[in-house]
Each structure stands twice: as C-alpha cells, then as structure tokens.
Design a protein around this ligand. Sequence first.
Ligand SMILES: NC(=O)c1ccc[n+]([C@@H]2O[C@H](COP(=O)([O-])OP(=O)(O)OC[C@H]3O[C@@H](n4cnc5c(N)ncnc54)[C@H](OP(=O)(O)O)[C@@H]3O)[C@@H](O)[C@H]2O)c1
Length: 350
Amino acid sequence: MSSQFRAIVVDEVSGENGEAAARRRGVLRTLDDDFFSAAGDDDRPLPSTATGVSIDVSYSSINYKDGLAVAGRPGVVRRLPLIAGIDVVGTVTASGDPRWAPGDSVVLNGAGLGESRHGGLSERTVVDGASLLRLPSAISPRRAAALGTAGFTAMLAVMALERQGIGPRSGEILVTGAAGGVGSVAVMLLSRAGYSVTAASGRAATEGDYLRALGAATVIDRAELLQPGKPLQSTRWAGAIDSLGGTSLATVLAQISYGGSVASCGLAAGAELPSTVLPFILRGVNLLGVNSVDAPIALREAAWLRLAGEAQLARLDELSTEIGLSAVPETAEAILAGTVRGRTIVNVRA
Ligand SMILES: NC(=O)c1ccc[n+]([C@@H]2O[C@H](COP(=O)([O-])OP(=O)(O)OC[C@H]3O[C@@H](n4cnc5c(N)ncnc54)[C@H](OP(=O)(O)O)[C@@H]3O)[C@@H](O)[C@H]2O)c1
C-alpha cells in the first residue's frame, strides 16, 4: 500500500465560489503512487515507479512558465491531470534506471517536467533518468532550487555569449527583465565574472538598490527600450541577455555594437520580434537562441558545474524568497503580474 503525498496538480477543476464551469488551474491535492500510473487524457506512457526514477522532492521553484501552468494559461501543460513544476531537487528513493540509486542527490530542470511529464511541485515525483543530474556537492538543495531553471538558463545565456567571443573586456552587457528570476541570476553571474552590467527593469525605482547589490553597475528604466525606434541606433552594448522579446528585443538589437551578440531567453513582453535584418547584415550582430528545456545532458552538466563554481551562492539567499506548496497558486498569479522579485523557492514540505 502506498503512502500519500501532496502536490500541485493542474487539471480542469470545477468552479469554486459557485462558478459553474470547470476551469484549468493548479490546485493542492493529496495523491498516492497510483497517480503515476494513471493515463489521464494522453495515452503516451509516463515514467512509472518501475521504469523511472522515484524522487523524494525537497525543493522546487516558481518560474514564469510555472506561473503560466498553475494559473491555467494555455500553451504549457500538454496533458491532464499533471503535477506542475519545471524544477526538481531531491533524493532518489527507488530507480528502475541503473544509472541512479537510492540516496542520490539530484536536480532536474525542464526536460518536459510540468509540461508533458509530472513535475516537482510535489513531495514526491517520478522522472526519466536520462536528463537527471547529480547535484554538485558545493550547492545545497535549497540553493539549487534558488537557481532552478532561471539560474540554469542564465548560465546557458552567459555560455552562449562566451561562445561568440564575448568576455569581461568586450564592453557593457545589458540584462533585461533584470529584477526577475533569469535577470537577477544573470546580473549576479556576469558581475561576478567581471563584466560591467547594465540592468534594465520596469521597477528601476524600487528595485535599483537590489540590482546594484547583485552587481549591476547601472540601472535603467525598461521604458527606454519599449519605444519603437529605428532598426539601427547609437550602439550601447557589447552583448545582452534578454528575457522580454517584443519591441524591447528589437531595440536591444538596434543598439548592439559591431559583432556583438544577444542571448534571447524569454518572451515576458511578447513573442513577436518587430525588427529588420539590418543589425545582422550591417553590424554583424548575432541573435542567439537559448533553450533550457531540451538542453542535452553534456550542456546541462557543464552549466551546473559552472554554477557550482561561479555563482555567488550565498547571494542566492538574498535574491530568493521561500514559500510552501499552499502558496503556489497565488505566487503563480504574482509572477505573471511581474511583481515577484528574484527567485521563489518552494519548500514542498513546509
Ligand atoms: N528559453 C528558456 O529555456 C527559458 C528558461 C527560463 C525562462 N524563460 C523565459 O524567460 C522569461 C523570464 O522568466 P523568469 O522565470 O525569469 O520570469 P520572471 O521572474 O517573471 O522575470 C521576468 C521579468 O520580466 C519583466 N517583465 C515582466 N512582464 C513584463 C512585461 N509585460 N513587459 C516588460 N517586462 C516584463 C519583469 O522584470 P522587471 O520588473 O525587472 O522589468 C519580470 O520580473 C519568461 O518569458 C520565461 O518564459 C525561458
């Protein structure tokens, strides 16, 4: 007989407060292990307790994508019912995969968690062993969750810029969405590595001190980037890490110096890109895609090793807030509203 555990499950939930129609959203439920073998509305198999890696989760986190999933927005969750949470940090309790054994301390970001596979906003989960990583010993489980997908993505973006030859002496690096998760960790990583960082934020007035404490040399109001402008403008940046997309990304491309690069991570301001080819063909600008979800295992290992060595791990405590599972639905709404600062760690046992 399996014991019960708590999880945030995304499903069509019939209305509270007298709402008649069922609506998709994430709610706190008590489950047992049979949940992992239930087919739901998709008959493609999920990792089971026999074939996958069973994990006692210690921490997860709230990323923008978790906000979308738990708030029931379309485009993230692709099967119902599904345990939400794109990040898992925990300890293996059983494994049908010979690479993993009980007691292993592990971390997993993306790889379909919280989208097409059960995720980490749960006291227990079962994952595919193929993308799982051993947690580097320098990083505590709580700080691994403080990094989470956001920190992993920020490191992938730094590595993408470096592959184009960008380094601390190249010139100013812009980080957009700077007070958010990816942005905060990117500011911290770049400044620690010796880059001069400009942080662009819609909350420059209230979060300026926070961003300077993370290492930003300059803080600008994101409104400067949101006005549609010419496709080539005065150059300001050697490189950029962009979480916003939309007009803001078009402006950033227009302001990149000759041969500079932009790592495009997100779409918090929009999926469109109202630009032209001029920055590419007249200034040799590079637009670099960053995808954490499907990153191959070698890239995952390299990025987490660098996070273990280069992140200012103690500083992660300053840029993160901790909540329990019951506070996940309200935090999901807050991250979509753009009011969450830095990272939110979920202590699934609180
Ligand atoms: N490619 C990948 O693998 C990958 C991985 C992780 C995240 N992402 C994407 O990257 C983006 C950031 O993720 P996150 O987890 O860091 O989210 P987050 O913590 O919510 O940060 C996003 C930040 O963007 C700014 N922002 C929010 N709404 C905005 C709007 N309407 N217009 C302009 N700026 C806005 C805010 O920063 P300020 O208040 O400082 O302006 C906010 O804090 C999301 O689009 C997410 O889906 C992609």
